[in-house]
Design a protein around this ligand. Structure first.
Ligand SMILES: Cc1cc2nc3c(=O)[nH]c(=O)nc-3n(C[C@H](O)[C@H](O)[C@H](O)COP(=O)(O)O)c2cc1C
Length: 371
């Protein structure tokens, strides 16, 4: 039974700290209030319409992208110009990843893509918790299917400008064969893939969190893959959950998987949604993310890559994630609350911190004692 968001919400963490990272920009003062007048999925459709105007984002790129060699991260055999990535779920069919890369993200994760087109769960299936900088979604993998994503990625690959930033594609399926098919179709068009075994809104996915099934999945993907592979795990809140999920990390390490993304949304009760429950994302996850990343790092050892995901809004959040042992971070809800300038703002904030503390790299910043 999912826990109630109202019972376990750590309210002392909910205090709009992202306002510290930068002044409120035009998005937060003007555009977000307008977008938030619309129901969440309508607002998302409006944002997607804008992101599909790629000429607009190409033109805006000098204002939004941000380069500094001190932000560079090398991990899992990939070169990231910034540690700030966009998490899976914003561009499910890889239709406007070029626009998203122009926003200053160091990498983007397209998907999650599943083999066949799917409508997802009934509506309402997405709601905002604006005071908490959070969302609850029960989308249930709406997808245009892997062939549509394949076509979109082929188009993207022709745009040479993108090659300096890695594109990851998140794949899933409801059987071993579906995972394999989706991975085999999309891996050639990506720099790396991320296996999503953790979306809380899709019943058939949970079986892949059972150790034996998980092992079989990794065996099959390992036998066909030629590029780095990440696994996205669910969050956990209690000791049995911790043992189970860290057990999966151990299996992933033993089987030579390159990295772990920690973590997906947290299942909560949500009577306002048609499913009665959904995955919580955003600020309310941050404390859990930092704790889980530290524990995953302990289990993964030094060689594996760890991407922190859940509640990242500011450069301070990124620093906490790096200190906990993350190599990179991913965010999604932060983009919705802080707008298209969020990655640039975080990147600039990280560079400011490095300058203030006399650090030449992010690794140095992460290991410098807190002043
Ligand atoms: C609307 C929405 C859709 C999402 N869809 C996916 C998805 O398709 N695949 C996936 O792995 N995670 C998905 N997620 C989870 C995010 O990638 C991320 O793990 C989670 O939201 C926590 O990060 P955040 O607090 O920065 O949003 C989705 C999240 C949201 C809010």
């Amino acid at each position: 039974m999912p826990r109630s968001i109202f019972l376990d919400a750590p309210l002392d963490n909910v205090h709009n700290p992202w306002k510290n990272d930068a002044r409120m920009g035009a998005y937060e003062t003007l555009l977000r209030p307008l977008l938030f007048l619309l129901p969440p999925e309508r607002a998302q459709a409006a944002a997607e319409w804008l992101f599909k105007r790629s000429w607009l984002w190409r033109a805006a790129s000098p204002l939004l992208d941000y380069h500094d060699p001190r932000l560079h991260v090398r991990t899992a055999g990939l070169e990231f110009p910034s540690p700030v990535g966009l998490a899976a779920g914003y561009d499910k069919s890889c239709e406007f990843l070029d626009a998203l890369l122009a926003l200053g993200f160091g990498y983007v994760v397209g998907g999650t893509v599943v083999p066949q087109p799917r409508a997802g769960n009934p509506s309402p299936r997405l709601m905002r918790l604006p005071g908490q900088g959070s969302l609850i979604n029960a989308l249930g993998f709406p997808s245009k299917g892997m062939e549509a994503a394949q076509k979109n990625l082929e188009l993207l690959r022709r745009k040479a400008r993108l090659r300096s930033k890695p594109i990851l594609v998140s794949v899933a399926g409801l059987s071993l064969e579906e995972f394999q098919a989706c991975h085999a179709t999309l891996e050639p068009l990506a720099d790396a893939t991320e296996l999503n075994i953790s979306s809380p809104n899709t019943q058939g996915l949970r079986v892949f969190q059972e150790p034996e099934t998980f092992k079989r999945l990794l065996e099959r993907i390992n036998a066909q893959r030629t590029k780095p592979l990440f696994v996205k795990i669910p969050p956990y809140a209690d000791e049995p959950g911790r043992e189970k999920i860290l057990g999966l990390v151990r299996i992933a390490r033993e089987m030579g998987i390159d990295g772990i993304t920690a973590a997906n949304t947290r299942l909560v009760a949500a009577p306002q949604l048609a499913m009665g429950q959904g995955g919580l994302s955003g600020r309310m996850l941050l404390e859990d993310t930092v704790r889980i990343v530290a524990e995953v790092r302990g289990e993964a050892g030094a060689a594996m890559s760890v991407n922190a995901c859940g509640g990242i809004f500011t450069s301070q959040d990124v620093l906490r994630a790096l200190r906990a042992g993350a190599n990179t971070v991913q965010l999604l809800t932060g983009l919705i609350y802080r707008g298209p300038g969020v990655a640039r703002s975080i990147n600039k904030g990280l560079v400011r911190m490095m300058e203030r503390r006399g650090c030449a790299s992010l690794a140095e910043l992460a290991h410098r004692p807190v002043p």
